[in-house]
Structure formats: structure tokens, C-alpha cells
Design a protein around this ligand. Structure first.
Ligand SMILES: [Zn+2]
Length: 82
């Protein structure tokens, strides 16, 4: 009977570990889905809203990965910074 109890306990711990790790995976997935990303039109990189440089051009908010890309875009479009 003692052996069976040990097996049950080991099984329970494995169950807890699997449950814990799969829960963590789900959390990460949700985080990634919730994080809004924008495509930098100059270099094509996707940037998170928190990390993006936001340029306002023609009343549009355009997200860039860096100031360099923002400047490049302004040059391409031919707008002067507002
Ligand atoms: Zn860029």
C-alpha cells in the first residue's frame, strides 16, 4: 500500500508541475495577443505600442521603431515636421 501512495504522490506532483507550466504558457500567449504592434513603414519592423516612436502625419498616427525611421519617412513623404 505504501508504494501505491508514493506513486499517487508522484503523479500528483507531476500533475501540479504540468498544470503550472501550461498556465504560464497561456499567460504568455495572452500577453502577446494583447500587446498591440504596429508596422514601421520604413524598415518593415513590427514595434510594440510602448516602444514605438509615434509620428503624426496628415492627422494619422504612424508608429516607427526609431527616430531615424520617422525622419526618413518624413523625407519620403515630403512633409515638414509639425
Ligand atoms: Zn524602422
Amino acid at each position: 500500500m505504501g508504494r501505491l501512495l508514493i506513486f499517487v504522490l508522484i503523479g500528483y506532483f507531476i500533475y501540479l508541475l504540468v498544470k503550472k507550466s501550461s498556465a504560464a504558457k497561456i499567460d504568455k500567449k495572452q500577453e502577446a495577443a494583447e500587446e498591440e504592434t504596429f508596422k514601421d513603414p520604413v524598415c518593415g519592423v513590427y514595434v510594440a505600442a510602448d516602444d514605438a516612436i509615434i509620428g503624426r502625419l496628415d492627422g494619422q498616427r504612424i508608429h516607427f521603431c526609431s527616430m531615424a525611421c520617422l525622419e526618413k519617412y518624413r523625407e519620403q513623404v515630403g512633409h515638414t515636421p509639425t
